[in-house]
Every structure is written in structure tokens, then in C-alpha cells.
Design a protein around this ligand. Structure first.
Ligand code: IPM
Ligand code: MG
Length: 367
């Protein structure tokens, strides 16, 4: 029997609550579908800091590297606001991304029909929305050196971050975007700030060259990232795949998340390059939302982004396309029934807890 190894990192805040719902689905798939998932669990973020003074331990890093896929909840919270920068909760996530070389972050924003009226945007603007943001995840200003605060000695300090991109980084992320576009509506919009930033000029050049050399069948357009943000809220359905750098992707994907009604809806996949021998990609799946410390521990968080992240895991790490489709359909079916967690609640719907949402999705999946 196939075994599929999953390393679970629930993290902080609502992370463990959301992960508990995925655990139920994994258990069901092992029982009913003989899926052969073998799970192990580790600590990341504030919970790892509390246990061993690091945002993720070396032992857990090794397990993440060895697993077929990592499922990640969320990290951070006010409890760890004062911990040193190097071991702040987010450092655990950034280390996972960097050490596993997860350069390609896929953030699909889909508007479920049942939620078309819960966005802050007008219904006709977001109804039927299906866009994919491809965010570069291991470069740019997140990791560029120097990254420091220096004392200028005159009572002033200087904070420095460095935005840096090399040709190969832009080439490989745009190739991912073009390949995914071919499986969708075949359009890519690249976003940068070439009017201000040298890295933006290079980004634009390389995306254009990669397109010309290998993907000229895909329709390519370019947009300045600020205009792109504006267009995302003006008429988001003009986009199919958006490819952009680490920082712009962080911001644009939060905007895209709100188009879908709630940050609690958006899943993501972070993928490495396929291994030369096995073809396998290292991969981490996480909801786009954070740890939401304000509602943590109350059992009211929305587990859908976490469950949808697991659906992406089935699709991209295990090629379990039928199961992924079925799980996504189960989410849609539960929303159609009017079941809602608080963040997506609207008139005439039934408000349910995190666990009830997980159970309802599992019941619809098992159907
Ligand atoms: C995200 C998050 C992270 C990021 C934080 C938690 C470091 O906002 O995944 O979008 O900035 O990338
Ligand atoms: Mg973010």
C-alpha cells in the first residue's frame, strides 16, 4: 500500500483549531479510501519558541524536509511581540520557505457562489471570480541582504531592507505561472514597479524573455503593481493568473482574499522545484489567514482555508485530483446549505462552530 507522509505544523492561535478539522478528514480518508497518510506533528512559531526558544527546531526542520508535504496552520500573536527578531514566530515560516526552497506560492482566489454577497464588493464584481496569484516566495525584500538597522551615531538610526532578484528567480517563477495558465484561461499578468525599481525593470525583461522563448502561446500582459491593486478591486475578473514578487504578492493576495468574502477562505500552496530524479516537489500548504489571536481558543474560527489548503495538497503533492475535486465540492455544498462560521455569516444563514463546519464538510465529502 502507498504511504504518504504528512508533517503537521499547527502553530499558534487558531492554527491548531483549524488543523484539527483537517485531521478528521485525513483519518476518514485513511479509513474509507485507504489513502495511507502517515502523519507526524511538530511545533512552529510562538509555540516552538515557548518549548525551545526557537521559531522552529532543527529536528522539526529535518522532518519538514523529509515529508512528502507539510501542512502549516498559522503563527504569531501578541504573547510573542517582545521576543527577539531572529526568533519571532514568523521566522519559523520564513525558514521553512527558504530552507525548503519553496519559491512558488500559489494563492487561488475563488468566489463560492453562496458567498457572492458576503464580499465588501458588489456582487456582480466578484460573482464567478476565479483568479490565481503566483507569488515569488524565497527572494526579494523578504530575504535580500543587507537587512539591518544601523546606528548612524548622530542620534539617528537607519533601517535597511534590500530588494534583490536574479534572472533565474524571475525565470522560474514566471515559468510556473505560464504553465498554470495553460491549464486555465491561458492568460498571465505580471506585476512589478519598473517605473521606480531596478528589480522591477529586470522582472519585466525576464518575464518577457521567458514568455517569448517558451510560452508564446500564453497571453501575457504587464501592470504596475499599484495599478494592479486598484484593478483587483475595480474589476478582478479581468485577471486569470497574476505573477508577482514576494512583497507585492503578499499585499495583492490579501486584497484578493477579501474579494472572496473573508480571509478565512483562502488556501495556498508553496512549492519547490521538481527533484531531478524523482520529479517530486517539496511542498507546504497553508491558509493565507494568520493566527487570529483575538478569536483563538473559542472554537469559532473558519477552518475552510485550512481544509482547502489540504485539498491543494491532495492535488499538487499526491495527484489525488478526484479527491481534491470532491473536497472542494464538499466545501461549496456546505456553503450552499447556508452553514457559516462568524466571519462569513449573513442573514438567513446558520451560524456554526469550527468543529461543526469541519464535520459538515467531512459529511459532505463522505456523502
Ligand atoms: C503570508 C504572511 C507571511 C508573509 C507572514 C506571516 C510572515 O503574511 O503568508 O502572507 O508576510 O509572507
Ligand atoms: Mg500576508
Amino acid at each position: 500500500m502507498t504511504t504518504r507522509s504528512l508533517f503537521l505544523l499547527p502553530g499558534d492561535g487558531i492554527g491548531p483549531e483549524a488543523m484539527a478539522e483537517v485531521r478528521k478528514i485525513i483519518a476518514h480518508m485513511n479509513d474509507a479510501d485507504s489513502a495511507g497518510f502517515v502523519t507526524d506533528e511538530g511545533l512552529v512559531g510562538g509555540s516552538a519558541y515557548d518549548a525551545h526558544g526557537q521559531a522552529i527546531s532543527d529536528a522539526d526542520m529535518d522532518k519538514a524536509m523529509a515529508a512528502d508535504a507539510v501542512l502549516f496552520g498559522a503563527v504569531g500573536g501578541p504573547k510573542w511581540d517582545a521576543v527577539p527578531y531572529e526568533v519571532r514566530p514568523e521566522a519559523g515560516l520564513l525558514r521553512l520557505r527558504k530552507d525548503m526552497e519553496l519559491f512558488a506560492n500559489l494563492r487561488p482566489a475563488i468566489c463560492y457562489p453562496a458567498l457572492a454577497n458576503s464580499s465588501s464588493l458588489k456582487q456582480d464584481v466578484i460573482e464567478g471570480l476565479d483568479i490565481l496569484i503566483v507569488r515569488e516566495l524565497t527572494g526579494g525584500v523578504y530575504f535580500g541582504e543587507p537587512k539591518e538597522i544601523i546606528d548612524l551615531g548622530n542620534g539617528q538610526k537607519r533601517g535597511i531592507d534590500t530588494q534583490v532578484y536574479d534572472t533565474y528567480e524571475i525565470d522560474r517563477i514566471s515559468a510556473v505561472a505560464f504553465e498554470l495558465a495553460r491549464t486555465r484561461r491561458n492568460e498571465v499578468c505580471s506585476m512589478e514597479k519598473r517605473n521606480v525599481m531596478k528589480s522591477g525593470v529586470l522582472w519585466n525583461e525576464v518575464v518577457t524573455a521567458t514568455h517569448k522563448a517558451r510560452f508564446s502561446d500564453v497571453k501575457l500582459s504587464h501592470m504596475l503593481a499599484d495599478a494592479g491593486g486598484m484593478q483587483l478591486v475595480r474589476w478582478p475578473k479581468q485577471f486569470d493568473v497574476i505573477v508577482t514578487d514576494n512583497l507585492f504578492g503578499d499585499m495583492l493576495s490579501d486584497i484578493a482574499a477579501m474579494l472572496t468574502g473573508s480571509l478565512g477562505m483562502l488556501p495556498s500552496a508553496s512549492l519547490g522545484a521538481p527533484d531531478a530524479k524523482t520529479g517530486k516537489r517539496k511542498a507546504l500548504y497553508e491558509p493565507v489567514h494568520g493566527s487570529a489571536p483575538d478569536i483563538a481558543g473559542q472554537g469559532i474560527a473558519n477552518p475552510i482555508a485550512m481544509i482547502a489548503s489540504f485539498a491543494m495538497c491532495l492535488r499538487y503533492s499526491f495527484n489525488m485530483v478526484a479527491e481534491a475535486d470532491r473536497l472542494e465540492a464538499a466545501i461549496a455544498a456546505v456553503l450552499d446549505k447556508g452553514l457559516r462560521t462568524g466571519d462569513i455569516m449573513s442573514d438567513g444563514c446558520q451560524k456554526i462552530t469550527t468543529a461543526e463546519m469541519g464535520d459538515a464538510i467531512l459529511a459532505a465529502y463522505a456523502g
